[in-house]
Design a binder for this molecule. Structure first.
Ligand SMILES: [Zn+2]
Length: 282
């Protein structure tokens, strides 16, 4: 039948000209494939209403969720990385940094700020995974150290939101030094009697887990986050044994005593606010 046959051959429409819903109007859950309006997804704290999958979000989204009316003073917003080792892999490190800044509109893998959370002052540092895998280099360490210093100066609690593949290889030893620097600053915060809450999100691994992410007065996590130091393959090869089911999930890590509780992102602001009220009442 003529209707079903294309009369002129070779008619193709370039993908960009095909009529589709405008980008970003709908969200499709990668876990359960449910499709919802992006606006509803946003209003649901970027979690899926069917299966509760927590979409990976960045500092802009967390700041909007946590700071009252999304108002906060950003700290060190223009700090960018140097190239102390003149490191080159498939790209020269400064070119990689430039490309990441362009792609993400971020200056590095953490943003820090302070403002009000349910009417109480707080300093928050939040990592951005989109920037070179949320890797911790000198800028990340320095900005976190300065955010902790800000918390001490203003006598506010400190909340750290981690999402990271670990230390930034292109800065090698300089990255590792950030573990000691941030840990020392957290010790000063503790000496001042100011609370530190660490939220681990999917994924939190490597040198970040091995330093500030696990040093909270409360270490809390989002559901089903991958939390670990080395990856499962490395561990399996090292110990020569199979690993248990759910190994390195937030739920597993909680069961084994490394977390205080798991928090649904929709309840995050209230839970943090309640926790800080309880602490400050004693
Ligand atoms: Zn889902």
């Amino acid at each position: 039948m003529a209707w079903f046959n294309r009369e002129s051959k070779g008619v193709t429409t370039p993908t960009e000209d095909k009529r589709e819903a405008p980008d970003g109007l709908w969200y499709r859950c990668p876990e359960c494939k449910t499709v919802i309006l992006s606006k509803s997804h946003h209003d649901n704290a970027y979690t899926c209403p069917s299966c509760n999958y927590h979409e990976k979000i960045g500092s802009a989204e967390y700041f909007e969720l946590l700071f009252d009316k999304n108002q906060f003073t950003e700290l060190d917003e223009n700090m960018t990385s140097g190239d102390p080792l003149e490191f080159v892999d498939t790209k020269a490190y400064p070119d990689r940094i430039k490309a990441s800044i362009k792609k993400t509109n971020l200056k590095d893998a953490v943003r820090t700020g302070y403002g009000m959370l349910n009417g109480k002052e707080i300093t928050i540092a939040c990592m951005d995974f989109n920037f070179i895998g949320g890797s911790m280099g000198s800028v990340v360490g320095e900005k976190i150290a300065r955010a902790i210093e800000n918390a001490r100066q203003h006598k506010t609690p400190f909340l750290m939101i981690s999402r990271s593949g670990g230390a930034r290889m292109m800065e090698a030893g300089y990255s590792l030094m950030q573990m000691a620097k941030t840990s020392a600053k957290l010790a000063l915060l503790a000496q001042d009697g100011l609370p530190y809450i660490s939220l681990l999100t999917d994924p939190t691994t490597g040198g970040v887990t091995a330093s500030y992410a696990m040093l909270g007065d409360f270490n809390i996590a989002e559901p089903k986050s991958l939390i670990g130091f080395a990856g499962p393959r490395v561990i399996r090869e090292t110990i020569g044994k199979d690993l248990p089911d759910g190994f390195q999930s937030a739920e597993f890590v909680l069961d084994h005593g490394f977390l205080d509780f798991i928090v649904d992102r929709k309840d995050l602001k209230e839970r943090i606010s309640n926790l800080l009220n309880i602490i400050s009442a004693h």
